[in-house]
Design a protein around this ligand. Sequence first.
Ligand SMILES: Cc1ncc(COP(=O)(O)O)c(C=O)c1O
Length: 461
Amino acid sequence: MSEKINKSQENNYMEAPRIETPPPGPQARAMLATQKETDSNVISYPHMIPLVPDEGLGATVKDVDGNYYIDLSGGVGVLNVGHSHPEVVEAIKLQCEKACHMLDFPSQARMKLTEKLLALVPGGMKGDSRVFLCGPTGSDAVEAGVKLSKIHSGKPGVISFEGGWHGVTGTGLSATGKKGVRSKCMPVMPEVYIEPYAYCYRCRFGLSYPSCDLQCAKFLEHIVRDPDTPATSPGCVLIEPIQGEGGIVVPPDGYLAEVRRICDEYGLIFIMDEIQTGFGRTGAMFASEHWDITPDLLLVSKTMGGGLPLAAVIIRNQFDTWSPGDHVGTFRGNLLSCASGLASIEVIQKNGLVERSKNLGALALDALKDIAKDSKVIGEVRGKGLFMGLEFVKDKASKEPAPEILQKVVTRCFQRGCILWKSGRWNNVGRMMPALVITEQLLMTAIEIFARELKAVEKEL
Ligand SMILES: Cc1ncc(COP(=O)(O)O)c(C=O)c1O
C-alpha cells in the first residue's frame, strides 16, 4: 500500500521519487511490447519516455513495477489539481450515480459549472459573457470559436502565430504554426495567415526588447492594414497568451495589449486560446490577467474538466450571434466532466492554488536561472507561475536548437524518478508544469534531479 501525504491540498505519494527497478522494468517492458502490437503506430509519448503508469496521486505517479516519479508534466495542463484529487473523485462518483449524459438540457451539474466559469472570466468578460460547452477536447473549442468568428464577422480569415498550437483537427491544424504537423495534410484550410509571435529569444526581426518598439505587433498591424499583404479577409486573431507547445514563450509586456488594440481598430475578433494556460497554471486564474486583456472569445479545456474531457468557448455577449443549431454535436458538456470540472475549480479556489502556482513558480524559476548560468546548453529559462521552459541550444552564441541534448536529459531524469516534459518549435524546450498541488519539497527535489542529470549529460558532450 502506498503512503500518502494526506493534506487535501498536498496529496502526493510520499515515496516519490523512488526507483526500485530501473525503468522500464519487466512489467513495463511487457506492456510496452504489447502496446506496440495493439496500438496504432501514431501514438507518440511512449517514444519520449517508456512510462507505464499504474496510478497517479497529486503531482506523483507510480508505475507498474512499483517505481514512484515526480510528475512535472501535469497531464500537459489537464491536471492542475493533480491526479485523482479526492474531492474530484467524490464529485465524479456522485454525479455518475445521477446521470452522465443529458445533451445540452439545463441540468444542475452543467448550470453550476457555467455559473462558476462566468464568475471567473478575465477582465471585462465578467458580467458580459455566456458559455458554450462545445465538446470534449481543446481542438473542439478552436473549431467552435473560429466558426463563431466566421458566422459573426462574415469573414473567413484567421490570423494565428508561428509556434502556436491549436490542436490537430481541421481548423486547429490549419492555425497551428508548426510545419511538421501540417505538412502531411496539405492543403489545410485556406485564409489562415500565420504571423510572427513575440518570441524575443529568437526575434524574427533581429531586434531586442524594449528597443524593438514591439516590431512584431507593428508587423501584425501592417498585415491587417496594408493592401500589399496576403491577408485578404481576416475576421479574427487566434492567439495563446503564452505559447505552450511552442516552448513556453512569454511575450513581453505591451505585446498582447497591442494585439488587442489592433483587433479593436480593424474590427477583428480577439480569440484567446487559454486551453493550456487557464485555471491557475501561470499564477493567475487566466494568463490574460497578467496583462489585463479582455478577450472577445476565450477558449478553455484541459483542466476545466478536472481530468475528464471538456471544452468550452466563453463568448462576450455581443459576439453570441449564431443561431440555435449552428454548431451541434453529441458529446457537449458531459455531466461527469462538468461535475469533475466544478469540483476541480473549487479545489483550486479553496486551496489558494493560483497563489501557490505564482509563489512556487517564482522560487523554481530562480533556481532554474541559477542552473542555467552554469550550463553551456540552456540558452534561456522563462515562464510564469508553474509554467516553465528551458530552451536547449548547442551553444549560447549560435542558439542552434539542441533537441537531442534535451532528450538525453529527459531520459536520465526519468530513470531517476522525475518526469520532465518537452515542447518548443524544435522540440528543444524542457517543460515543467507540475500539478499545482506539488509541494515545495517535491518541486525542489525534481529540480535537483534535473540539475544533476543536466551536468552528467554536459560532461559527455
Ligand atoms: C493552446 C492549445 N490549444 C489547443 C490545444 C488542442 O487541445 P486538444 O489536444 O485537447 O485537442 C492544445 C493542446 O495541447 C493547446 O495547448
